[in-house]
Each structure stands twice: as C-alpha cells, then as structure tokens.
Design a protein around this ligand. Structure first.
Ligand code: ZN
Length: 455
C-alpha cells in the first residue's frame, strides 16, 4: 500500500518514494530547551511519531532524528535572569522534554543531536558557504547572502521584493542586503561562545539543523518536518544554507508541516494566559487522552483544544478500554495484525481522523462479536496510532500521582454549594481535602481556579 504525503515545497500530494528504500531518513525540528513545552509543541512530535510508525512498517530501516536546540538567545536570557550557566537550564528542560514526550507515547528518536555538540560541523559548514561565495563575514558576524540563492522564498511562497520591504524596518549596518540572515554572531564575555575564524561567538538562526541533518542523515534526506510556524524564516533558511553548502544538492525531498493548536478558538499565547504546558496537563489528565486529542484533527489543519474536547477524548478511551476489559479472558496470540482500513487512512497523507473513525468501528465489532480476531484487530489498529497499549485496569485506575480532574470539579461544586449555604466549616474541610490531593485553589471574580501544587 503506497504512502502519499503532501509536500509543502511542491504544494502537491505525491506518492512517497524514498531515495534509498534501505535507509529512509527523517528529521524533525526539536525544541529549544529553556522552559517546559506547551501542548501545541507536542502536536508535531505526536503526529510525526505516527508517521514514523507507518514508515517502519513499510521500510526495513528508518533513521529518525529530532534535535535539541541548546544554544539560543532565549536560553541565554533565562540563564542570565536565573544567574545559572546555560547547561543547568538546558539539562533540566531536555530531561523534562524527554519525560513529557515519553508520557505521550512518543518513541524516542534514533538520533537526538544537540546543537552545542556540533559547533565544529556548524563552523565547517559556514566556512564552506563563505568559500563558495554564499556567505560573508562582517563585524564578527557571518551572513548568508540571500541574493546568491535564486530559489529563496520558494517554500514559503514569498518573493524577495516583499521580503526586502518587510526587512527594511531595521537593517543591521553589516548586512549587504536587508534579507541576509545571520549564520554566526559574536558573543560578549557573559554569553556562551566558541572560538571561530570570526572570533568568539555562537551559531545564528537554525544553522544547526542544516549541520546536524547533514552530519547524521546525509546531504539529501527524505523528509524534514516541523510546525507550519517554522516555514519562514527557519526552514527557508535551512534550505538555502544546506543547498548552497552542498553544491546545489536537494536538502529535503519532502517538507511536512503540522498546523497550530488553538485553545477555545484563540491563539495560545502568554499574554492571553492560555498557554497549556504538557507538564501540567499530564498531572490532571490521562496522557493517552492528550495523545488521542492531538490525533483527532488532520495534521495540516489547525486543531482546537478545549476542556470539552479533552473530556470527550477521555470518554472515547473509556469506551474502547471497556471493550478490552470485557474481553480480558479472550487470548490474542502472535503478532498483532494491522487492520487494512486503519493503515489505508494513514497512508492517505496521515489521515488520523479517518484512522480513529476506523478504530471506533473495530471497537464496535469487538464489542459485538467478542472474538480473538476482533480484539487483535482493535489492538493492532491502536498500536499503529500508539493507542490502547496499556492494560485496561491501568487505564481505569491511574496511579496516585495523577489528580482526578472530575473529582476535583465535583469537590469544587460541593464547596460552592456549601459557601452559598454559608456552611463555611464544610467549605474549609473541602479546601483541606483538595490540599491533601495536592490541589491549590484560588477564588476570583470568574469563579474558582485550581492548580496542582505538588511536585
Ligand atoms: Zn530546525
């Protein structure tokens, strides 16, 4: 069954044919590790985890890299603000990121390259770009000369005149052209830096992805993936850098971009106060429900996150696990089958909503006929999506470290009634009970908000 994928570069859906069927290569732009990631940042890793599962079924060897950006101005700012070395911050949030991803059922990548471990490759790539006339050094900086690469703007569909107009606002004096972008920049003594032919400094925008992708996967890779917000400038710059450093060889043959997450129809942003951290969500909700919700929409479309949608995801999984629990005595032997309709949906540009609809039908069938084959099909379809792989009992009795959100809501409702009836002793008792569960509450004009206070 062929896999078809939408390629953002060609703007077409084509049959995926790897360069070397013996070694399929895929790179996903990973996190900049200076804070916990929000749920929007988990969408790409979850949907592309499903893609990797599918590719592994079709090809004997898939090499999947997801990088860690551990040098960046946001990290530097956090380190300065907290008075710690950047390594303290990046180690902490790299570990947190791995934990969050694991909780969401995402298999670890085969390669997890760190930018700071590839400074040599980055410098070498910049030297090549200077040597072949695509970059120039000026005032401790090295800049990519956008004018030397005619296809610049092809991925994001921008033309260079438009870009120049946009960039004219503040043009650094060392730039030849307003659109030229920084490959290397100087570091002041308090900032992290490495010795280079252009003085002590650090890498500029996204050169690390070009350097690490080439170092681990080769000059031309099959798939480069990331959020649609990375299309411009990061991915556009990666294409320019890599293509020009490798004598015009294609950088990535397929470009896959996932849509953004909104919350109750609004953009998630710090200023709106609606940024949902994976780390926090995991304390209140079953991880598998978060994963299911991230797969509910087609990956290229925006996806709206809401409490109602999350409740719905939990109840869907309740239903499917109930079927599995009822069939606990039905033995499934051997390797799980992959139901053809689930696979067909995923082969159609990773149509996860359709695959989930097929999974629901498999659950109905298993409920109705109760056979080992029907149970195996449900489990096998789930496995391809990274769902339904825990014991039903574990789903229905989550560990003590998970706060039961429904129970918290019920207690808050009871506390509201007690306060309305002026039964303050009962209201205080409920507050204490919540505190014992590790839940802190805060009364405000919009009602009572709660948060996890432990761990
Ligand atoms: Zn990247």
């Amino acid at each position: 069954m062929p896999i078809t994928l939408y390629n953002s570069l060609t703007r077409r859906t084509d049959t995926f044919v790897p360069l070397d069927p013996q070694r399929v290569t895929m790179y996903l732009c990973g996190p900049t590790v200076y804070n916990y990631v929000h749920i929007g940042n988990a969408r790409g890793p979850v949907v592309f985890d499903v893609l990797v599962r599918l590719l592994r079924r079709h090809y004997p060897h898939v090499v999947y890299a997801r990088n860690i950006t551990d040098v960046d101005d946001k990290i530097n700012a956090a380190a300065l603000a907290q008075g710690t070395p950047i390594g303290t911050i990046t180690d902490r949030f790299t570990a947190a990121y791995r934990e969050d991803m694991e909780a969401l059922g995402i298999a670890p990548p085969d390669i997890e390259p760190h930018a700071t471990a590839h400074i040599g490759e980055i410098i070498a790539m910049i030297e090549t770009l200077i040597a072949n006339g695509h970059a120039y050094a000026a005032e401790g900086h090295v800049l990519f000369d956008v004018g030397t690469y005619a296809a610049y703007g092809q991925l994001s569909g921008r033309d260079t005149d438009e870009l120049i107009a946009g960039a004219r606002v503040e043009v650094a004096p060392y730039k030849k052209n307003p659109t030229d972008f920084v490959l290397w920049k100087p570091s002041t003594p308090e900032l992290p830096g490495w010795d280079s032919p252009w003085g002590r400094g650090r890498p500029g925008w996204h050169i690390e992805c070009s350097a690490m992708s080439a170092a681990h996967l080769g000059t031309t890779i099959d798939i480069h993936a990331g959020g649609v917000d990375l299309t411009f400038p990061p991915h556009e710059n990666e294409i320019a850098q890599s293509t020009c450093a490798h004598g015009g060889e294609v950088f990535a043959r397929w470009w896959l971009h996932n849509g953004m997450l909104t919350f109750d129809g609004r953009k998630m942003s710090k200023s709106l106060g609606n940024v949902l951290l994976v780390h926090e969500l995991l304390k209140r909700h079953p991880p598998e429900a978060l994963r299911l919700l991230l797969l509910r929409g087609h990956y290229r479309q925006p996806l709206d996150w809401s409490d109602a949608a999350l409740t719905q995801a939990v109840s869907t999984l309740d239903g499917w696990y109930r079927v599995l629990r009822d069939l606990a005595d039905v033995r499934v032997e051997g390797e799980l089958p992959v139901p053809v309709r689930v696979e067909a949906a995923l082969c159609d540009d990773l149509n996860t909503p359709q695959a989930l609809a097929e999974l629901a039908l498999l659950a109905d069938a298993a409920r109705q006929n109760g056979s080992a084959d029907a149970k195996a099909a449900l489990l096998g379809g789930g496995a391809l999506l990274g769902l339904l792989q825990q014991e039903p009992e574990a789903w229905f009795k989550p560990g003590d470290d998970v706060v039961d959100a429904a129970r918290v809501e019920a207690l808050l409702e009871e506390r509201r009634s007690a306060r309305a009836a002026r039964d303050f002793a009962r209201a205080d008792a409920i507050r204490n009970e919540l505190a014992d569960m590790g839940v802190a509450i805060e009364d405000g004009a919009q009602g009572t908000r709660w948060s996890i206070s432990k761990g």
